[in-house]
Design a protein around this ligand. Sequence first.
Ligand code: ZN
Length: 231
Amino acid sequence: MKQKAVVVFSGGQGSTTCLIQALKRYDEVHCLTFDYGQRNREEIDVARHLATTLRVTAHKVLDITVLNELALSPRMPLSLPAVAIGALPGALPSTQAGRHLLFLTLAALYAYQVQARTVITGVGETDFSGQAQERDPLVDAMSQTLALGMAYPLTIQTPLRGLSKAHTWAMADAYKQLNLVRYQTLTCVNGLLGSGCGQCTACHRRAQGLEQYLANQRPLRNDFLERLNGC
Ligand code: ZN
């Protein structure tokens, strides 16, 4: 039987690195990108381009802009609860975490359609490597709930859980795709590719992680490979 996975794919550094790993591990990789009316439409173009470049089995862009109908006014963006995923000690708080609950549910439904038993999502990075717990209770609970609800043996994987930004760069490098992730992914909140605007928090974190990685390339890559072998 073919091993299949669905990757929740934004075209950013983290999810692209997860995608690169998935392509090494699964016979078929289906990517799912959510169009929730993001301010930077470039994100979706970047995701499409990367999915083609990396030759994924299929790439679906799902329109979920209907969500914005829940917003109080068209000028006010929809607020979603900032809960749980990645919110354990050592992890960064995320104002977008509530959205991931919805994304995981939709990704699970897509996985069922394409008969994939794994959903991969790039949540759970930390600024302090090794501080975060190995497992996220919310992800475990979601895995269990979705599998029960669909009567389908589905698991959610979070390959970046507990990794620092520097380790995420090490991961891309270990799969020989450092340059692709460095120059062709989009993390910047101002919608600029690669190193981005250099001003926003996302750009700062990305640049800081890269700097740390390039200063300690070999030990960090070995560290990542050891973690991988330990899994
Ligand atoms: Zn930026």
